[in-house]
Design a protein around this ligand. Structure first.
Ligand SMILES: N[C@@H](CCC(=O)N[C@@H](CS)C(=O)NCC(=O)O)C(=O)O
Length: 218
């Protein structure tokens, strides 16, 4: 019998990305087992129609399929005791997840131009526009949300939650050096977010998760 009678399978592409990693990190943090299927990009066209919104990630739960990162994150966080019971705290958590979605949509066109269209000139121009118009602003918005939400300035809701995991995963992504033209030192301008990142990286239970190690290795 699985913990909480949950029989969970997550499906994503065959690379690590925050949309699915936050789900995996939550479940693993709470010792909730899950299966994980990685679909190679080249198989996607033939499989796409099997999925409700033709997008990944999805979660199979007891043989029914569910989609959309935010919905899945709430579910996984709730079962992992990483959501909250106070609805104003949940509102804070929701905003961090929506922030992650929004900044991903902002940087998305430059990623697609590079990886799918293989148009490096277009990718560069879109990326430089993102850096000029969005990068700093969107991290400022997140830091301001942290300042306004957190009394102790330790975690978004003063208790480690999926919001902190989302922020950790996105900061890791944007400082990984994988995003062309983004100076990974940009995070030094966001002292509290940088401190949050290191605080989370040093949570004993978190830093020993296999998912955590795998994300940092890639
Ligand atoms: N609304 C979805 C968006 C997910 C999304 O954009 N997934 C991308 C990969 S990161 C995708 O599946 N794209 C479909 C495709 O490339 O055909 C969510 O919140 O999860």
């Amino acid at each position: 019998m699985r913990k909480n009678n949950l029989n969970i399978k997550l499906v994503y592409f065959d690379f690590n990305f925050w949309r699915v990693d936050i789900l995996r990190l939550c479940l693993s943090f709470a010792n909730i087992p899950y299966e994980y299927e990685r679909i190679p990009r080249e198989k996607w066209v033939s499989k796409k129609n099997q999925f409700p919104f033709r997008q990944l990630p999805v979660m199979f739960l007891n043989d029914k399929v569910y989609a959309h990162t935010h919905s899945l994150a709430r579910f996984c966080a709730h079962h992992s005791n990483l959501l909250d019971v106070d609805d104003t705290k949940i509102l804070i958590i929701d905003q961090v997840i929506d922030w992650a979605n929004d900044i991903t949509l902002k940087i998305g066109p430059s990623i697609r131009a590079e990886i799918r269209e293989k148009n490096l000139e277009k990718a560069k121009s879109l990326r430089l526009n993102f850096i000029k118009n969005d990068l700093e602003n969107w991290f400022l918005y997140l830091e301001k949300l942290f300042v306004d939400s957190s009394a102790k300035k330790e975690f978004f809701t003063d208790r480690f939650s999926v919001a902190d995991i989302v922020a950790w995963r996105l900061i890791q992504w944007f400082t990984s050096g994988k995003l062309n033209y983004i100076d990974t030192n940009f995070i030094n301008d966001f002292y509290l977010l940088k401190k949050l990142y290191h605080r989370i990286s040093n949570i004993e239970k978190f830093k020993t998760l296999s998912e955590f190690k795998e994300i940092l290795k890639n």
